[in-house]
Design a protein around this ligand. Structure first.
Ligand SMILES: NC(=O)C1=CN([C@@H]2O[C@H](COP(=O)(O)OP(=O)(O)OC[C@H]3O[C@@H](n4cnc5c(N)ncnc54)[C@H](O)[C@@H]3O)[C@@H](O)[C@H]2O)C=CC1
Ligand SMILES: O=C(CO)COP(=O)(O)O
Length: 335
């Protein structure tokens, strides 16, 4: 079997290496020719996963046609803001009737579409019954090292989710299927914004009480929005909800948490982002979350403070005071 991964960053490369267990050939597309050459010659991605050996079944290319030709399963692993452009460029080469899995964790700015909605928006209808999303606690580095990793694969089409699950099942990678495409994607995208807040609290030296509060109240607001959008609340206590939220808010490997920590130390966002070679999706998603809150009327207090700090120059200290002095509420009020 041949599969294809579009996006040779950290997660695309790690997933290609996972797919290589059950696929004889995995074609990995990226825009950097020198990086592709390095993957093919040294079986290593020195930019995004330095020092981690990759399967020789992974073949990198900068040609979309070559990457997609004959693929029986396609993974889209570019950052969410690049997905629309890359999909429109890939469309002419996209194989028909094969699962198309998005792994990007973001809500598109302006359109406020999830990644599966975006795919439905820019692909002809014949592709729609093959769309799936993979999400859950899965740091790319640990996945590439074949540390046990467990995620959720959701699709409106049960057979598609089951097919993806089967192809990706290995001794160190396990997935659960779901039909809650909405809940899975809101959990995956918004946990990045909450992780920025958790990182900020750590950067300000606030301690464990504050971090636990951010995780718990963060989950409450993610759930509120996901349910408003039609998601199942149970999904948010699963792998793609609480699982990924805890990982990202506490794990040293999280880029979003790192951005938050630097903000908490008082550094400016453009300076922090300029130093990073990897994407921190929560920065852009904070803007979408702000717009979604206004549009739906769903309160997202932590996300809104992250937005104000990142986009409006609000100080982290002022944000903390505002969160702590919100109107008193019952924990069971749902607000
Ligand atoms: N790294 C991780 O642990 C995980 C990441 N994800 C998600 O996977 C997605 C990709 O993340 P990473 O691989 O970590 O990012 P990354 O920053 O490591 O790599 C991004 C890749 O996308 C490419 N890229 C960026 N803009 C592009 C554009 N306009 N056109 C074409 N290619 C472009 C870059 O060249 C790079 O190869 C994100 O949505 C992220 O949230 C999901 C689970 C885990
Ligand atoms: O989504 C992730 C792990 O599941 C990765 O999180 P970061 O993007 O914050 O590193």
């Amino acid at each position: 079997m041949r599969s294809s991964v579009i996006g040779s960053g950290s997660f695309g490369t790690a997933l290609a290496n996972t797919l290589a267990v059950n696929c004889e050939e995995v074609r990995l597309w990226g825009r950097d020719a020198a990086l592709a050459e390095s993957i093919n010659t040294h079986h290593e991605n020195p930019t995004y996963l330095p020092g981690i050996p990759l399967s020789s079944r992974v073949r990198a290319t900068v040609e979309l046609r070559e990457a997609l030709e004959g693929a029986e399963l396609v993974v889209l692993a570019t950052p969410s803001h690049a997905t629309r452009d890359i999909v429109s460029r890939a469309l002419v080469y996209l194989p028909r009737h094969v699962p198309l899995i998005t792994v990007a964790k973001g809500i598109e700015n302006e359109t406020l579409l999830t990644m599966t909605e975006l795919l439905e928006d820019c692909l002809p209808e014949e592709f729609h019954p093959y769309i799936a999303v993979l999400s859950g606690p899965s740091f790319a580095k640990e996945l590439a090292l074949r540390s046990p990793t467990v995620v959720t694969i959701a699709s409106h089409w049960e057979k598609v989710a089951a097919r993806c699950q089967k192809v990706l099942q290995t001794e160190s990678f396990r997935s659960y299927t779901s039909n809650d495409v909405v809940g899975v994607q809101y959990g995956g995208a918004l946990k990045n914004v909450i992780a920025i807040a958790a990182g900020m609290a750590d950067g300000m030296g606030m301690g464990h009480n504050a971090r636990a509060a951010i995780i718990t109240r963060g989950l409450a607001e993610i759930t509120r929005l996901a349910v408003r959008k039609g998601g199942n609340p149970l999904t948010l206590s699963g792998l793609s909800g609480m699982g990924d939220l805890v990982l990202t808010c506490t794990g040293e490997l999280s880029r979003n948490r790192r951005v938050g920590m630097e903000l908490g130390k008082g550094r400016q966002l453009p300076d922090i982002l300029a130093e990073m070679k990897q994407v921190a999706e929560g920065v852009k998603t904070a803007k979408s979350a702000q717009d979604l809150s206004v549009k739906t009327g769903v309160e997202l207090p932590i996300c809104q403070q992250v937005y104000a700090i990142a986009y409006e120059g609000k100080s982290a200290k002022a944000a903390v005071v505002e969160l702590m002095t919100r109107q008193p509420k019952s924990e069971l009020s749902g607000a």
